[in-house]
Design a protein around this ligand. Structure first.
Ligand code: ADP
Length: 596
């Protein structure tokens, strides 16, 4: 194109040269008495159409020189005739035309420079008149729409670009006329037929009298951004569908604990964002709240996944058990941006668990009562003995009282013994009552293990003594404690001792010993070992020993060891057996020690 323009210029220059030569020839040869030189003005005007100010100036100068030369050449004998006036007139006309053309050219140059600046912009910029006819079309517009400037000029922009407005065109124009500006999004069509979305900014240019004259339209291609926006919206819709399909209550919250999203499932619980004042904490059961707050305080420190079970107040005011899990979303800087989490309704599960625990507790109670029934003779004896002593000491005290004078100090000693024996009897009854009581599923407290053993032994010892069974107690860790339910752990020990008792009873010739020991394991767990010198347990039976209803006894229930196992595992421990047939059995209870 530049080459084409150069050729065009060269041709024009050549034509101007020919024209100047022709005028010079006319001026010299014709003697028409006319100011032929005035025709040079046309050459200057032609040059001003395409050349720079310097070229126009040079053309004007050449024309003046030729005019004067022709005059001198033709009138050197008489310079001051009429021709002089014509010469001066011609020179003046050429000079004035040259000055005006140069000035005009400067103005054109300034405009061209300004237009050049607009061409530097990447945006499509064009100027259109009020009818929409394009007056100026920058390079950005050429690049964006594919139309060259000469193709676009004078075309009506809305038709050329098949513009579709997101508001009505009349509204855009009204806004433009009122405020001088309008901004919006337009869908337009390129030369190749493809569509694009542009952010369009219009500015209104007015004439000196304030009347609208032209519109400067600047368009930026935002098709890619629009496509990304649409894609993001689709992804967002997809995400919502997925989150609403998840069979859980999904939530997200900010680092300050404000909930900023709940999936639709929450409406099943009658809960929405406004209903919880934007904080899940407001729905947590007061008893679970301290644990909930501790968990979140820790989570904020460690920024690790959290999990807890808690009761959540539903829209109807009823609390339901929920399993809550949350994970932090980290920024590149390693800071928590927000928390994502789910809640699962475990209320039914909890209720089943509780019913199961209750059934277990009932069963354990039943077996305890059955064991106590077995011990009833020994226990009755144990109560009877102090009662007998109470009667004997009471009678003796009466006798000392009837003496004259009464033996007061003897009476006092007798009554002291009455009290002591009465307390002994009441202690036996207390133990009996506590074991026969139907307790709540788990009632944990810190227990001294040595005391636990002593108290359990107290209930069975008389029965063992009745059958000449020696009990060896070896407590090498007297102060160790466990956290547990006293009645349940006593039940385990009594069960093991009674089983050992049954096994030892079957030994006809040989030692009848039971040994119960308390010690700490290498891992500092509490070990309670019940060992007997009974007949032991064969391998086949060992496999089924802890299963429900397994018994080898004629009147056995087969519940004892299975209950022992579930009680110990509910305390975080385990129970194990070591036995060789004919060499007795060793049951070991392992429980986590408690420091307080
Ligand atoms: P039950 O005592 O009602 O049979 P348990 O569950 O307490 O129920 O015991 C199950 C079985 O384990 C007993 O029938 C017995 O065969 C065996 N057993 C338990 N303890 C011992 C032991 N110390 N020595 C030998 N066998 C034992």
């Amino acid at each position: 194109m530049e080459l084409g323009l150069g050729k065009h210029r060269f041709l024009t220059c050549f034509l101007i040269f020919l024209y100047v030569a022709f005028v010079f020839y006319l001026d010299n040869l014709s003697d028409s008495g006319m100011a032929v030189a005035v025709m040079y003005v046309i050459a200057v005007l032609l040059a001003s159409g395409f050349a720079s100010a310097n070229v126009i100036r040079a053309t004007g100068t050449v024309c003046v020189v030729l005019t004067v030369s022709a005059f001198v050449w033709g009138h050197y004998d008489d310079l001051f005739d009429d021709s002089l006036a014509r010469c001066i007139f011609s020179v003046a006309a050429i000079a004035i035309t040259t000055v005006l053309a140069v000035r005009n050219q400067r103005g054109t140059d300034v405009l061209a420079q300004r237009a050049g600046l607009l061409n530097l912009s990447n945006d499509a910029i064009f100027v259109r008149d009020l009818e929409g006819a394009i007056q100026f079309w920058n390079r950005g517009a050429e690049k964006l729409y594919g139309y060259r400037s000469y193709e676009a000029i004078n075309a009506v922009s809305a038709e050329l670009l098949n513009t579709k407005f997101d508001v009505r065109h009349a509204e855009a124009m009204a806004c433009l006329v009122e405020t001088g500006r309008w901004e919006g999004e337009l869908v337009q069509t390129k030369r190749d037929g493809s569509q694009l979305t542009v952010a369009s900014r219009w500015s209104l240019s007015r004439d000196e009298r304030g009347r609208p004259r032209a519109i400067l339209e600047t368009n930026t291609d935002i098709s890619e951004r629009k496509r990304t926006e649409v894609k993001l919206q689709e992804q967002e819709r997809e995400r919502r569908v997925i989150l609403n399909t998840v069979p859980a209550f999904v939530w997200t919250n900010l680092t300050d604990g404000t909930v900023d999203y709940l999936n639709e499932r929450w409406t099943e619980l009658g809960i929405d964002l406004s209903g919880i004042s934007r904080r899940l904490e407001n729905l947590i059961h007061p008893s679970d709240l301290p644990r909930w707050r501790d968990l979140w305080a820790q989570a904020e420190q460690s920024a690790e996944m959290i999990e807890t079970e808690c009761r959540l107040k539903t829209g109807s005011g009823v609390y339901r058990w929920m399993l809550m899990r949350g994970s932090p979303l980290m920024s590149n800087a390693g800071e928590v941006v927000r928390w994502y989490g789910v809640m699962n309704d475990i209320d039914a599960l909890r209720q089943t668990e509780e019913a199961l625990q209750q059934a277990h507790a009932d069963l354990a109670h039943a077996t305890r009562v059955a064991t106590l029934g077995e011990l009833v003779a020994s226990i009755a004896h144990e109560v009877n003995q102090p009662l007998g002593a109470v009667v004997t000491n009471g009678e003796a005290a009466l006798r000392w009282l009837h003496r004259t004078p009464p033996e007061i100090s003897e009476v006092r000693d007798g009554l002291d013994r009455v009290i002591a024996e009465g307390q002994r009897a009441s202690e036996v009854v207390r133990r009996l009552l506590s074991l026969s009581k139907k307790g709540v599923p788990l009632n944990k407290s810190v227990l001294n293990c040595a005391e636990l053993i002593t108290e359990s032994l107290a209930l069975v010892q008389r029965e063992l003594m009745r059958h000449d069974i020696a009990v060896d107690v070896d407590i090498s860790a007297p102060d160790v404690k466990v956290r547990g339910d006293k009645i349940q752990l006593q039940q385990v020990l009594i069960n093991l001792l009674m089983n050992a008792h049954h096994a030892v009873l079957e030994v006809q010739n040989g030692a009848r010993n039971i040994r119960i020991s308390l010690k700490l394991s290498v891992t500092s767990d509490v070990l309670i070992v019940v060992q007997d010198s009974g007949h032991g347990i064969c391998r086949k039976h060992q496999e089924r020993l802890f299963t429900t209803f397994f018994t080898t006894k004629r009147n056995g229930l087969g519940m004892g060891l299975s209950i022992c196992r579930s009680i110990i595992s509910a305390h975080g421990g385990r129970i194990s057996l070591q036995s060789e047939e004919g060499e007795g059995a060793i049951f070991t209870i392992e429980l986590p020690a408690c420091s307080t």
